[in-house]
Design a protein around this ligand. Structure first.
Ligand code: NAP
Length: 420
């Protein structure tokens, strides 16, 4: 039942609407908004009705923007579930231009979701993403993570927000405090203020803890805490190190193996990692959005099926590229002195050799055990079986084989290495 009251106060006309639910209210407003004057439309803090201040105000562009942010709210779905269907999700994916982002966008777009892609660089940053969905379904939006208005515009039409923003190193412009604490804090606060966001996913990382020796992981933990304070329904995912075509773990060692006389490993190399395939992490993000609400407010730790030491992983890389292992263990204290010197050089305003990614944080981060804790919620709780590393999952390393990807695919053609 709807009750409409209209009255003139001075020169202004006030419309009072009483209705039992927020969904009904939004449906009603979507019909009356086109009849309102431009001045009245500006009152709306967000273009919640699927319309923006600049264009086609009042036109309901996304039926899913009618979804209320409650556990029971289910988006309106149409079609068979393919890319031309309507999944009912309108998602803003912050960090979509990164490694994980492209797989998240792909998995969302191929089930018929509309995906807003906030970007900060050039067109080249997002153009590969546009092909992942139907025409008009992947929408780039220019944004600046320090400008709240641009963030509001990026989430204005969405009912899902995913934060993948992160970096393994600090830059001149962005410290870990800003990247991992201030940005998640700002995004989750604005998503809460939006009022129509039904799912919020914060991607953090395994090892995030206030007690971690690495600043990167301490700030990630702080970011998780603020996100959950601002948006208690947020789902936090803590993935282990990703592997996949563009990974910065196995590819990095393969590059060292090809270009340097030896692969440097900081410390003993006995610390443990549980690498996870990037496709599985993207699947977990989508599973957390699609479920019946069971992932709301929970934290999941996402590791692959096997735990490796760093030494074992480097050996696996050498095995995959068919080369004899060549490894040098660098003492931790020496690595820290080197990293400190590079940090000092980075701070100088004159041209100096700079290693942006190598820092004391990087040394600390490389020494931490990154495995799923025994009592954590995992892939299993999201209904996903993560793929094993050896075999298809790391075929992308074959590109580093001397003589081409097919070299060494039979035992007789292996080029080097003990027992080859
Ligand atoms: N890669 C891993 O092994 C791994 C493991 C565990 C957890 N994680 C976490 O998973 C998330 C995604 O990782 P990823 O490997 O996909 O990261 P990535 O490839 O480095 O991409 C990071 C994304 O964040 C954006 N970004 C970084 N700084 C920004 C800033 N100041 N303002 C706006 N956007 C900014 C980047 O935009 P630009 O393209 O404009 O730079 C990019 O889209 C991160 O939170 C990361 O910490 C990663």
């Amino acid at each position: 039942m709807l009750l409409l009251l209209s009255s003139n106060v001075g020169s202004k006309r006030i419309l009072l609407v009483l209705c039992p639910s927020e969904v009904d209210l939004r449906r009603l407003l979507s019909r009356v908004t086109p009849t309102l004057s431009p001045a009245v439309r500006q009152i709306c803090p967000y273009p919640l009705l699927g319309c923006s201040a600049e264009s086609s105000f009042g036109e309901v562009r996304h039926s899913s923007s009618l979804v209320s942010p409650s556990k029971s709210a289910q988006p309106i779905r149409k079609g068979t579930g393919g890319r031309s269907s309507v999944s009912g999700f309108v998602a803003t994916v912050f960090g979509a231009t990164g490694f994980l982002g492209r797989y998240v966008v792909q998995q969302l777009a191929r089930m018929g979701s509309q995906v807003f892609v906030p970007y900060r660089g050039l067109e080249d940053e997002f153009k590969h993403l546009k092909l992942m969905g139907d025409l008009g379904q992947v929408v780039p939006v220019k944004f600046d993570c320090r400008d709240e208005e641009s963030i509001k515009a990026a989430i204005s039409r969405s009912n899902v927000v995913i934060n993948l923003i992160g970096r393994d190193f600090e830059t001149h412009n962005f410290s870990f405090d800003e990247l991992n604490v201030s940005i998640p804090d700002r995004l989750s606060r604005l998503a809460r203020e939006h009022g129509g966001i039904s799912r919020y996913i914060q991607v953090s990382c395994l090892g995030a803890s206030p007690e971690s020796p690495a600043k990167q992981y301490r700030t990630k933990a702080e970011g998780e805490k603020l996100t959950q304070e601002n948006f208690p329904e947020a789902t936090v995912l803590r993935p282990a190190a990703f592997v996949g075509t563009e990974d910065r773990l196995l590819n990095k060692w393969a590059v060292f193996a090809k270009k340097m006389p030896t692969v440097p490993i900081i410390g003993s190399g006995n610390n443990k990692l549980q690498p996870v395939h990037v496709l599985d992490v993207a699947a977990a993000v989508v599973a957390a959005i699609k479920d019946d609400g069971s992932s709301i407010g929970k934290t999941y730790e996402l590791g692959g099926p096997d735990v490796f030491t760093v030494n074992e992983l480097v050996a696996l890389v050498f095995e995959s590229i068919r080369e004899e292992p060549r490894v040098t263990h660098i003492p931790v204290e020496f690595a820290k002195v080197m990293a400190g010197s590079f940090e000092w050089l980075k701070g100088l305003s004159i041209p100096t050799p700079k290693m942006v990614t190598f820092s004391r944080n990087n040394v600390d981060a490389q020494l931490v055990d990154m495995v799923v804790s025994p009592d954590a919620l995992t892939f299993k709780d999201l209904g996903i079986t993560p793929r094993k590393l050896s075999g298809v999952a790391i075929e992308h390393l074959y590109q580093w084989r001397t003589g081409g990807p097919a070299v060494g695919s039979t035992v007789g053609s292996r080029t080097s290495g003990a027992g080859f």
